[in-house]
Ligand binder design. Structure first.
Ligand SMILES: N[C@@H](CCC(=O)N[C@@H](CS)C(=O)NCC(=O)O)C(=O)O
Length: 201
């Protein structure tokens, strides 16, 4: 399998952490590729017409995207049970959607200051994105801590990668200040070898 990869992409990191945790990493060749909404650059357009990483080329069908689909495919391949079944599945998918929503908003903020000419920037839009991150982090703290503290699952991996990205790009916002339980949980989770091996560089 070939994984289109960028070392700073938090969506790629979700896949990489899962590869480490399931032992599938040796079956995957990493291919560097990245672009942006205004320049596809080296993005894998043939594998993913949306021009985004991650995308996974596999032997048994068309290339897969996005990170959620790839994570479920690899979980199924490894028979790792990281998504579970029944009510646990819906919890994990909702937690993963919450984490991915944090990433989507946090990444749009980065694109705003990196890609948009200064005279076209619009602060209320940026703050609106951060408000989404803020609410989602509050929901993790108030609603999902029991699930996050359970045995390893795909929702936890997604949340850890989202928090790692908020640290990487939006550290000054101080997300830990009002979320002591989430902060403590992440402090422990970040010690896993899969997280240490995949730190954004
Ligand atoms: N929903 C996608 C998001 C992937 C994504 O936005 N990746 C970024 C890198 S962090 C990208 O390739 N952006 C290029 C673009 O938006 O054109 C997923 O979960 O894989």
């Amino acid at each position: 399998m070939r994984l289109y990869h960028s070392p700073t992409s938090p969506y790629v990191r979700k896949v990489m952490v899962l590869l480490h945790e399931t032992g599938l990493l040796p079956q995957v060749t990493l291919v560097t590729g990245s672009g942006s909404p205004i320049d596809p650059g080296t993005a894998p357009l043939e594998a993913n017409p949306l021009g985004k990483v991650p995308a996974l080329e596999r032997p048994d069908g068309p290339a897969l995207y996005d990170s959620r689909v790839i994570c479920r495919y690899l979980d199924d391949l490894a028979q790792a049970g990281l998504y579970g079944t029944g009510p646990a599945l819906w919890d994990r998918l909702t937690i993963e959607a919450t984490a991915d929503g944090i990433l989507d908003a946090a990444l749009l903020m980065v694109y705003e200051w990196r890609l948009r000419p200064e005279q076209h920037r619009y602060d209320p839009w940026v703050e609106g994105q951060w408000a989404k991150v803020d609410r989602a982090l509050d929901t993790l703290e108030s609603r999902w801590m029991a699930e996050l503290r359970g045995p390893l699952d795909a929702g936890q991996i997604a949340v850890a990668c989202a928090l790692g990205y908020v640290d990487f790009r939006h550290d000054a916002r101080g997300w830990r200040d009002t979320r002591p339980h989430l902060a403590a949980w992440y402090g422990e989770f970040a010690k896993r070898p899969s997280m240490i091996e995949t730190q954004p560089a």
